[in-house]
Write a protein that binds this ligand. Sequence first.
Ligand SMILES: *Cc1c(COP(=O)(O)O)cnc(C)c1O
Length: 396
Amino acid sequence: MNTEELFQWSERYLAPTYKRAPVALVRGEGARVWDSEGKEYCDFLSGIAVNNLGHCHPEVVEAIRRQAGQLLHVSNLYHIEPQAHLGKLLVESSFADRAFFCNSGAEANEAAIKLARRYSYLRHGEGRSEILVMEGSFHGRTMATLSATGQSKFWEGYAPLLPGFRHLPFGDLAAIEAAISPQTCAILVEPIQGEGGVKIPPPDYLPGLRRLCDRQGLLLLYDEVQTGMGRTGTLFAYEAFQAPPDIMTLAKALAGGVPMGAMLAGEEVMGAFTPGSHASTFGGNPLASAAAVAAVQVLLRGELLENCRKVGSYFLAQLEELKGQYPFVKEVRGKGLMIGMELEVPGGPMVDACRERGFLINCTADRVLRFVPPLVITEREVDRLVAALDETFKIL
Ligand SMILES: *Cc1c(COP(=O)(O)O)cnc(C)c1O
């Protein structure tokens, strides 16, 4: 299939749910990817915060190769060695005692929502099922996670949404406190909003939510689907805030590029699930689990986290400098290698111009350029991107 044909087949045979750039990526290595015409790109998007280890990390590739030749799938009716191993790794490096595996971020959040409601039901009986969620949040595209998502543009045409979610301003502790009622069972929040535009809450926000939950007997749920797996400079974003959750969800970078989600919780909370209360055919299957074990082991060695923190602050400083030169740059913000640059103008044309110059970035919330490169990115590559942005800003 030549490139022209590929574009035609994509347009002709696939659901029109994506607006695709006229590029077919065929190969990747580290922070580089190549398209079907041989053009090289420096990847500052990482498949939307998935390829945290870089493309085709040799240890992940080797784990997949080995597992693919041994056993791909068997179902959760049997013990699966890489899944148990992954559970141990995640539990030992987080607040949690147990893990449930699934295949995506939305499914991980579905599991978290179900567990929170069921825990509340077993403890307090019926009627205490409302979950407080944030405006501007993103939790996925299934009916429940869409209902939890705090952006009305995703809801159009899908009514009726699921009841039991109440949206409140992100970062506003007083609003949450005022909204807690006898029906409330949990608070669901992204430690840093990703799709909402890389929004960072005030420093006391998560600790404040933790205190509120402790005082009122509510569960605190963190959606770390995007912030997790080293993205913000620690394995999980909550570590920097000293406010652990009761339930946490992961996906995106969890398995080094293979689809996988996870929902983690402490012993007591996870105890609300018993055999049959929740399940997933593929969840934690041997292939995905083996990839995730390799990916997590690489992250646990720490060098990538250190590079993330170091290059992240360098990147932020460079973008700050750029901001000083262009009045239409409103704000630069981020943590580790999750960085947003908010513009006063639509970011789409900048994304296209950067791609033509050999850099993959994207734009979220209309006006926020988002940079989520692999954690192996170097300061030199950051310099090159910043120079490309500078050129782009001069022209546009
Ligand atoms: C991407 C994302 C999701 C949804 O993940 P999918 O794998 O696309 O279902 C949920 N929450 C957050 C914070 C995300 O960034």
